[in-house]
Design a protein around this ligand. Structure first.
Ligand code: CP
Length: 311
């Protein structure tokens, strides 16, 4: 069956797909996970342009792995210095050009709103792989798929977001996506300087979503079903002193894990720096490397759907 509603669609922010469409995508990702030959070679002859104006390990590699596993091919650049952006070419012209060569474009760019701009100048679908501190919708697909696979549901839970909630685009996207599910309570745990932006809180209030802002992680642990840790992002600070003062505000270690529920999930979009001690990696509740793998399945499903593969 071909899901025609997805064909040629861009993904710029987490609300771009309906809940029904998200279900189709997650079911497809689970089929791919369960049968590694499923959809193999289904994108033969298709090209994905991966344009990364900012560093990435997981997003870029998982998109490349996804496209290669589907039988397609990738082209692009991993840093803007090797593209004509270094000579002053505009984003609009870069996108128009990449759209001449590829069937879809995935782009990461440090500027908020750049993905929407790219969509406006592209004749092929554009997938936002992170636009500054704004959104990272394919990380959200990854996060929701991980929660669905490991908890068996996406609704009815308390999720704790901890760390840099001001600049963290993965948090901004996941909050927006989770607000569409039933019985979600959100705890925002951050230092005062890195609180979740007011516009996001206003939207949650309008939607009647229950949330609380806190500073203490230990005292919140026992309430949480999914703990979403984040890195304090050096690259988003204007002032190095502020970064140094705030970077180790929260460090999740084995001692803090003793306060957590037996089935709590620890997620992290990664990369981590110090915010999760490596001793936590052996805790069965630590799911961040499984999450990185689910990212590939989610991106395979996304590419197959927007490229019109029969699934
Ligand atoms: N989660 C994520 O976006 O990781 P990368 O920066 O390594 O792509």
């Amino acid at each position: 069956m071909v899901y025609t509603s997805f064909i040629g669609r861009s993904l710029i922010e987490p609300g771009d797909f309906s809940l029904e469409e998200m279900e189709i995508l997650f079911s497809l990702a689970e089929k791919i996970e369960n049968d590694e030959n499923y959809l193999r070679e289904s994108c033969r002859g298709k090209l994905l342009a991966a344009l990364f104006f900012e560093p990435s390990t997981r997003t870029r590699l998982s998109f490349e792995a996804a496209m290669l596993r589907l039988g397609g091919t990738c082209l692009g650049f991993a840093e803007p210095g090797s593209s004509s952006a270094a000579k002053g070419e505009s984003l609009a012209d870069t996108i128009r050009t990449a759209a001449c060569y590829a069937d879809a474009i995935v782009m990461r760019n440090p500027k908020e709103g750049s993905a929407l701009l790219a969509k406006q100048f592209s004749s092929v679908p554009v997938i936002n792989a992170g636009d500054g501190g704004h959104h990272h919708p394919t990380q959200t697909l990854t996060d929701l798929l991980t929660i669905r696979r490991l908890l068996g549901k996406i609704d009815t839970m308390t999720i704790g977001f901890c760390g840099d909630l001001k600049f963290g685009r993965t948090v901004h996207s996941l909050v927006k996506a989770l607000a569409r599910y039933a019985n979600i309570k959100m705890l925002f745990i951050s230092p005062k300087e890195l609180v979740i932006p007011q516009y996001i809180k206003n939207n949650l209030i309008k939607q009647g979503i229950v949330f609380e802002e806190r500073e203490n992680l230990e005292k919140s642990m026992s309430e949480i079903d999914v703990l979403y840790m984040t890195r304090v992002q050096r690259e988003r600070f204007f002032n190095e002193d502020d970064y140094i003062r705030l970077k180790d505000t929260y460090v999740l270690n084995s001692e803090k894990m003793t306060f957590a529920k037996e089935k709590m999930l620890v997620l992290h979009p990664l990369p981590r720096v110090n915010e999760i001690s490596i001793e936590v990696d052996n805790d069965p509740r630590a799911a961040y490397f499984k999450q990185a793998k689910y990212g590939m399945y989610a991106r395979m499903a996304l590419l197959a759907l927007i490229l019109g593969v029969s699934c």
